[in-house]
Design a protein around this ligand. Structure first.
Ligand code: PLP
Length: 230
């Protein structure tokens, strides 16, 4: 078998993002290795995903369970060192599928879901790492725990459902300075006693790294724009 070559533009894009993460980490007196690049592959065509795999990238994020399953179930076998993260909303009736497929679920955002995830983990004997999604902008239409309830919710996940929470995740409101939301998430993590912060996307990942992100979720800046739905 010949080793697939990544198209030049994907190699260049990834090298660029990796070095910008490293620079931002250094500015903040942090180690580049303490920041994980999560390549958000939702809606991206197959050839770009293959190209990204060929660069050595192994951590990927998806926002829909079914789409992720179709795309990654077989590749999991080919690439045993993959790490798959769910970064989109999870319905309780998909909890089993999500627990079976993902290594990290970043969108635990309500008690009912905590209960279903605990049940699925028990049933399947698999324990993905978990992040609580915080609605830092307290936006009506957005999922997530309210900032004021975050520490209590993290404690409840542990005490009530035996779930270990690894970190917090946020998606700042469009049109507001992201820095305020990143700083808030960091404070909330400290209060809640969790150490990981999933924050920062294509437009603001360097800022997020400077403010303490331990993983950044980068899609379009890595793969190119997502194709419009047909
Ligand atoms: C799509 C998505 C991203 C990546 O967005 P880009 O702007 O393309 O980097 C990050 N996080 C979440 C939760 C997403 O849904």
């Amino acid at each position: 078998m010949t080793i697939p070559q990544a198209p030049e533009h994907i190699v260049v894009a990834r090298t660029n993002i990796v070095s910008r993460i490293a620079d931002a980490a250094k500015i903040a007196d942090r180690k580049p290795d303490d920041v994980t690049l999560v390549a958000i592959s939702k809606k991206q065509p197959d050839d770009r995903i293959e190209a990204m795999l060929a660069t050595g990238q192994r951590v990927f994020g998806e926002n829909r369970v079914q789409e992720a399953k179709a795309r990654w179930a077989e590749r999991r076998v080919t690439y045993p060192d993959l790490e798959l993260r769910l970064v989109g909303p999870l319905q309780t009736n998909k909890a089993d599928d999500a627990v079976a497929l993902f290594d990290v679920i970043e969108t635990l955002d309500r008690e009912k879901l905590a209960r279903h995830l605990a049940r699925s983990m028990e049933k399947l004997g698999r324990r993905p790492r978990l992040y609580v999604q915080v609605n830092t902008g307290e936006e009506e239409q957005k999922a997530g725990i309210k900032p004021s309830q975050t520490a209590d919710f993290v404690a409840r996940c542990c005490d009530q459902y035996g779930l270990e929470i690894e970190g917090l995740m946020c998606i700042p409101p469009v049109g507001e300075p992201a820095s305020l939301h990143f700083a808030l998430l960091r404070n909330l993590a400290e209060q809640a006693g969790v150490s990981k912060l999933s924050m920062g996307m294509s437009a603001d990942f360097e800022l997020a790294v400077r403010l303490g992100a331990t993983s950044v979720r980068v899609g379009s800046a890595l793969f190119g724009e997502r194709p419009a739905p047909a």
